[in-house]
Each structure stands twice: as C-alpha cells, then as structure tokens.
Design a protein around this ligand. Sequence first.
Ligand SMILES: [Zn+2]
Length: 426
Amino acid sequence: MKKIIFIFCIFFQTVFAQTIKQCKQRFDNYLNFKGSLNNLVSFEEDAIFIKDATGKKEFAIYSHEIEMLASFFENNSFKLHEQLLKLKGIKKYSKRQRDSLYIYIDDIKKLPKQKKIKPLQGYRIAIDPGHFATSLTDAKIEQKYLYFVKDTLKNNNDTIKLFESALTFNTAQLVRVMLEEQGATVFLTRTQNNFTSFNCTYTSWIKEHKLHVLDSLKINNILSTDRYNKLIKLNDYKLFWEFFRDFDLSNRAKIINQFNPHATLIIHYNVDEKNDPWLKPTLKNNTMAFIGGAFTESNFDKPETKIHFLRLLLTQQLNQSEKLATQTVLNFNKNLGVSIAGQFDADYLKDNCITTQNKGVFCRNLILCRTINSPLVYGEALYQDNTNECEILMKLDKTVNTIKTNERIYNVAKSYYDAVFLFLKN
Ligand SMILES: [Zn+2]
C-alpha cells in the first residue's frame, strides 16, 4: 500500500513539476521580451513568484494552484482578479480555499458537444475588423488610408484610394458568412465599415459623446482633473492620438470578452513601413500575424497588465493562439502567394516582437493581443501599397452572398475561415 501511495505522489509531483515547466516555457518563448522580466518573475521547484521592483516576492503560484488559478484568470471579471491578487499574495492555498475559488468559475468557455447538425454549431467566434475611417476627413485623423496617383512616370494616372477600415470590414463580413453557414455564432465589434466600436463614426462620437464620456471618466477617477483639462481642449486629431485610439481598442476587447468567444480574429491590412509617407506603390509584399506576449518591465506597473500577464502565463491561450496564427499565415501564403515575413523584413518585427518557432508568427504586446481573453490571431495578410495589390484591392468585381468584394479580399477571408475551422475542430 505504501508503495502505491509513494508512486502516486511521484506521479503527481511529476505532473505538477511539468506544469511549472510548461509555464516557464511559455515565459521564455512568448512573454519575457529580451529578458526584461528576469528580475520580476522567478521559477522555483514548487512555485512561480512575481516580485515587486525591489525584488520582494509579492505573489506566488504554487504548483498545485496552477490549474485553479488558470481557470480563475480565464473566467472571472477584472474586479475579482484584482481582489485575488491583493488577498492571496504569497500565501499557499489549501484544498478548501482552492475549491471555494472554483465556485466563482462558470464554464462559459466549455467547448460544445459534438454531433451537431452543423460542424461549428455552439462555437462563438469574435471578429474585430481593424480601424474605422472610410472618409478622407476621418482617415486624415486615423492615418489608415492610401491616396496617391499610381505612376506618373509611366503615364499611369490611375488614382489609388484605399481605406483600411473598408477592407477589414469587407473581409469580416465574408468570414462571418462562411462561419455562420457552418453554424457558428459570430460577433463583429463594428456594425458598419465607417463605425468605431461605439456604434457610430468618430465624427459623431465627438459631437454626441465626447463630453459626457470624458466627464464620467473624471467623476469616476479614471481621468485625473489635469488630464481631463488637457483632453477637453484638444482638437479632433490630437484627441484621437492622445485618447480615443486606445479607448476604442480597449472597448473592442471589452465587448469581445463579454461575448466569451472560443476564438478571435483581428483583421488588418499592412503597408510597407519603408514606403512612408505612402505616396507611391512598393514592390515589397509580406504576410504575417501577431499573438500576445512580449511583456516588458514597465508593463508590471499596472495591476491590470499584471493580471493579463498571469492569464497568459498560466493558461494555454498563447500556445493555442500560436497554432491558430500559424495556420492563418500558411493559408495567406498558399492562397495569396505572398511570402511570409521574417524577423528582418520590418523594424517593428526586429525591435518590438518575439519571434516564435513558426515563421511569420510574432509575439507583440498590442492592446488587443494582451487583453482579449481567448485564443486569437491578429492577421496582416498583405501590403496594401504593393504595386499589384493596391489596384486589385480597389475593385468590387466579385459578389459573394450579396457582399461586393474582390478576389484578393475573398482569399484573405477564406484563409481566416479555413484556419479557424481547423483550429476549432482540432
Ligand atoms: Zn491596421
């Protein structure tokens, strides 16, 4: 009998040790940007410690707590996460305390049972079509458009006019139709191609919502009086860059998290960064995708970011995102014929990202990659300013389920759809 108990203990120790090892692998492969968290997170035989700036241990995750804390950070509200962070500290939770935390966990993320009429029935997929500007007024504020004469030297006076928001929204509509045909429930963060996530254009948000939003943020102590006084005086352009851009992104993540998706697709179209200010086409073209990770020391200043770090450290979300993103990039490459970006194809890849084992998939600490609580892919299918792409992307010569589109956007949509279908079915 003693022998059986002994073997049982060894078995469990191995399982737990393995789990700390898995967290350490996630930390090394995805989270620790250029070693900047080395002094803030330590992995010991039986526990992971989060330390403050002076090196004092302030939060501990013991091996037997990993599973429970992973569920807790994946399933509860920020308020409860914050409470736990303060209350637990470096205390070791007993079985009873761990069980009591499970009471708060709803199994909202559970995968649907098989044998449904349609293969994706019961699955929830969120889609964020990036940006919002589809008029020159809004686009000059958001800076996500191309407007140039294609090639004056070759007497080609065709004007290129592309709004990234229109491309992403068109793609999202197509992916939605494809997924819904398979029974999935799909949520889009924007309801029109010129809308922000607040269900209106930026111009009408300024007119109708700006004042009371800033007022209520001040009343609730989210904005200091100084910052409020500064923001209230800014023109629309400056307010966008100082406040609205991040405010809209955080809202996109918030409404996605309320939907509790099994997977999230964040749709963008890229440009060649070396082609700045984008007044002519480029010969370059690359495809890539981002997932979460790449945290730096300053990210630990805010409890909210620390909580996102803990969720990404303890859950499987980053591993799953890597799978989904890898398949998406492979599909872009196959369906569009665009080459997969390497680390040295753009400065932001080399300077701001962690490269993963899969070519074209990079960990980048963007607001959406960090705060969306589900496996995700943030796709950048192609360069819009590429000399061939810019012309085809302007066309609306193909109709799919009453949606006017073009061959390129259709292939991008199909790439996302095939990747997320395969991901969910596996
Ligand atoms: Zn974009």
